[in-house]
Design a protein around this ligand. Structure first.
Ligand SMILES: [Zn+2]
Ligand SMILES: [Zn+2]
Ligand SMILES: [Zn+2]
Ligand SMILES: [Zn+2]
Length: 357
């Protein structure tokens, strides 16, 4: 039996400017590289349903639909609340998924690909004011210099504390628009996830030899074991005994481990129309997939984010940090054009521990 090929994603360090929207990147962390530059979502759209703080950009996957002219450019964005306390087992309420697409001929980008020129003038401000800290739409500005914008009071305060206070007087004197609003500011560095390029390539059937797969798997296993503690951080020891560990006889977990052992560093599996590689047999939380709320058409599985990503964004293994086993993203099968420029799509978060109480 042959296994269907899927694409897998790895992370590499890359200069911030090369991840700019005009290069249509897939990326993790930093600010979102928006596709439609005018109809960028704001704080009201990107608010955590639980704590009401702004969600933070996690990653984006550039995934055009070749068969559709409307989807010559197409990107899926994932936002998450950074608070561990908003992260609940097998619940994706702390996430928002957005889909955006553009035809090749559009208002924002040239018809032909851009050359990799750092100094190319590309004023994103022309289309929308973006938060100096997190990069989402920003309705208010610094009342002193009127040069930088903020999505929310929280981010304005953070930026003031983390350096804007000292540069604001200089900006007040400048009359030219100064801001490259894709840079990550000091406040951004303290808040946003570490920025990486996400490189997507075909999964190789060959076993990897460059890194020792056993060692990499051991790292992952250890991480998962430790994350268990994080997931159950608020639970007493007595309650803990009611939870069953899926290790080691969980068949799906074993399949999951075997499949990723070929490329242990993978953070993404892209398999449009395929099926997710679940991390555990405990699939009680997996509900039916709702139809697209814009065209009422079916949704299909498009890609999944792997738990390995947590290591790269330095969420680490602290107690009560955000966590996931698998993030499975489902999108409108026809990738419809109905609704807003940034359309909400569906996510399932499967954790390794299935809390049954
Ligand atoms: Zn929250
Ligand atoms: Zn912001
Ligand atoms: Zn200012
Ligand atoms: Zn649709």
């Amino acid at each position: 039996m042959t296994t269907k090929r899927v694409d897998i994603g790895f992370l590499e360090e890359k200069c911030n400017w090369l991840l700019h929207p005009r290069f249509f990147p897939s990326k993790v962390g930093g600010k979102p590289a928006w596709l439609d530059l005018k109809n960028v979502p704001d704080f009201a759209k990107l608010t955590c349903k639980k704590c009401e703080e702004p969600l933070i950009f996690l990653c984006q996957v550039y995934a055009p639909f070749e068969e559709s002219d409307d989807c010559f450019h197409r990107t899926i964005f994932i936002f998450v609340c950074q608070k561990g306390s908003c992260c609940k087992t097998n619940s994706a309420d702390n996430f928002i998924i957005l889909r955006c697409q553009l035809p090749r001929k559009n208002d924002y980008y040239s018809f032909e690909p851009y050359e990799e020129n750092e100094n190319e003038c590309f004023p994103m401000d022309k289309w929308a004011k973006l938060c100096n800290v997190c990069g989402i739409k920003a309705p208010s500005h610094c009342s002193k210099c009127k040069k930088v914008y903020y999505c929310s009071r929280q981010h304005q305060i953070l930026d003031w504390q983390k350096g804007h206070k000292s540069i604001c007087p200089d900006l007040q004197k400048k009359c030219d628009p100064y801001w490259n609003n894709f840079n990550v500011t000091e406040a951004g560095q303290s808040l946003l996830f570490k920025e990486w390029e996400l490189i997507v390539d075909e999964e190789d059937e060959e076993e990897v030899t460059a890194v020792d797969p056993n060692q990499e798997m051991e790292k992952l296993r250890k991480m998962i074991e430790e994350k268990k503690v994080g997931t159950l951080g608020n639970v007493s020891e007595g309650e803990l005994e009611q939870y069953t560990s899926p290790l080691p006889e969980d068949k799906l977990y074993n399949k999951f481990s075997k499949r990723i052992a070929r490329h242990p560093g993978q953070v993404l599996r892209y398999d449009k129309g395929g099926a997710p590689l679940w991390i555990t047999e405990n699939i009680g939380n997996i509900k039916s997939i709702p139809n697209c709320q814009y065209c009422n058409g079916d949704r299909q599985f498009e890609f999944q984010i792997m738990p390995q990503l947590l290591n790269f964004i330095h969420v680490g293994i602290e107690l009560n940090s955000i966590d996931w086993g698998v993030l499975a993203i489902y999108t409108c099968k026809g990738s419809c054009n109905d609704g807003p420029a940034y359309k909400e799509e569906f996510i399932i978060k499967q954790d390794l521990i299935n809390v049954t109480v």
